[in-house]
Design a protein. Structure first.
Length: 441
């Protein structure tokens, strides 16, 4: 957890989030429940924005990578904090636009953007589209030409960095479905291809090396490699890139295997990146590029806590004790997908000592539906309220109605006040788009 005041144990021994007692929240909103601490989200957005301002003269932009958690309210917060957003689908773009987001502040990503997504992006005049294939460049040029507009684009390049993180979230290795590799000449080829297109304006390059990364060096190396590549394009082809978008990926605390970074540490990550970019610009006699970053997880991850009610408890003598909750992989698939570790506690008995090791099981109909394995807890009873920390990123956004379970609602808390930002689903919502052919009736 960060050094914040907004996540603590209060005098009743209850977990308190954003000034609200978790148990009061449960009485009012029920479980399972995603709780988001607004102050933390805003603080993280400000850390990045202020650092860019103080260390780089504001010559750049912070984009919130909305894939981490997208909904109308979070786009509204980003808008109020005057940062941009990155979107990766028509659905995220639509939500951002509905939230009143200035389209010029939106960057659009995706390794296989659909025609209707590209049309929506061009028609709504998004600030920049990050091109990820030759086919996309051609389609986009055609769409822009038809509308007699110039579309700003970046190229997603792949500098071949192996970041130390889960294989599934590494994105800039040479073997990746994302981007154009520098090493095999594809990045150069697409540069020339796009420069030849009349209705595309190539602003520069983007790269994203992966997610949940703590080594500063990985980000520095990526920035250096992209700057070297930019220098190569200038020297060889006279193309001067204005923008360097270095993606997101800063890690957060999930459990005690992870460092507990303070706000100042995130500022330091950005400072190291900025220093690397400045040095490389000097070395290659390049103008310092407009620097864009796209943090997602580090903005909303630690802001989120999921609250559950403990139900069945099952002990398999000598093997394991399972504590089952009213949620599971349908609201948090990250253990099932990546064996991600979490910190779990009993929100109603948060100051009690841990006395046993348990595994937290979800309610879905499969054995892999776990939230945490062998975690320490006080002796849990049915009816206890369990809190899983650092669930703000890639939990709601990856949730599903698996087994036709309802995706939990989300609330935003600030100064002890709480309001829905995602309303509860109902069973009617679950069947809303079902259709029964006449012959089956
Ligand atoms: N920019 C681009 C182009 C990205 O692909 C991503 C994440 C980000 C920014 C934001 O990265 P962050 O700051 O959040 O690390 N579902 C996985 C994470 C997938 C991340 C995909 N891209 C998980 O639950 O860990």
């Amino acid at each position: 957890m960060n050094e914040r005041e907004t996540l603590k144990v209060n005098t009743k021994g209850h977990l308190e989030i954003g000034g609200a007692d978790a148990i009061d929240l449960v009485k009012r909103f029920g479980t399972p429940l995603y709780v988001f601490d607004e102050a933390h989200i805003r603080n993280m957005m400000r850390v990045y924005k202020n650092t860019l301002k103080s260390e780089y003269g504001g010559n750049g932009q912070v984009l919130y990578a909305s894939k981490a958690f997208a909904c109308l309210a979070v786009y509204a917060i980003a808008r109020q904090e005057s940062i941009g957003v990155d979107v990766v689908s028509g659905g995220e773009l639509y939500t951002a636009l509905k939230a009143g987001f200035d389209a010029g502040q939106i960057y659009m990503h995706g390794n296989n953007k659909l025609l209707n997504e590209l049309e929506l992006a061009v028609d709504s005049k998004v600030g920049c589209i990050v091109v990820d294939s030759f086919r996309e460049a051609d389609i986009l040029n055609g769409l822009a030409a038809k509308r007699k507009v110039m579309q700003n684009v970046l190229i997603r390049i792949n500098p071949g960095i192996e970041a130390h993180t889960h294989e599934f979230v590494q994105t800039a290795r040479t073997d990746s479905k994302f981007g154009f590799s520098v090493s095999d000449g594809a990045a150069e080829e697409i540069t020339l291809h796009i420069l030849s297109k009349k209705n595309l304006c190539l602003k520069g390059y983007h790269c994203h090396i992966g997610s949940q990364i703590f080594e500063k060096q990985s980000f520095v190396l990526a920035a250096e490699k992209v700057m070297d590549f930019m220098a190569g394009m200038k020297n060889k082809h006279g193309y001067i890139a204005e923008t360097l978008n270095i993606g997101g990926g800063f890690g957060i605390w999930y459990n005690d295997d992870d460092p507990k970074l303070k706000y100042a540490d995130y500022a330091d990550y950005l400072k190291s990146l900025i220093t690397a970019v400045k040095n490389k610009a000097k070395q290659h006699s390049l103008k310092e590029p407009y620097l864009v970053i796209e943090p997602g997880r580090s903005i909303v991850g630690e802001a989120g806590v999921t609250l559950y009610t403990v139900g069945a408890i099952k002990e398999i003598q000598g093997i394991k004790k399972y504590v089952a909750i009213d949620g599971g992989m349908f609201d948090n698939p990250r253990y099932a997908l990546y064996q991600s570790k979490y910190t779990v506690l009993l929100a109603n008995r948060a100051s009690e000592k841990n006395t046993e090791k348990v595994s937290v099981a979800g309610k879905c109909c499969e054995s892999g539906d776990l939230i945490a394995v062998d975690v320490a807890l006080p002796k849990a009873e049915s009816g206890d309220i369990m809190a899983v920390l650092s669930t703000g990123a890639y939990n709601y956004s990856m949730a599903s109605n698996y087994n036709r379970n309802l995706i939990p609602p989300a609330i935003l808390v600030k100064d002890g006040k709480a309001e829905y930002i995602i309303k509860p689903q109902t069973y009617d919502d679950v069947i809303r788009n079902d259709a029964v052919p006449e012959y089956l009736k």
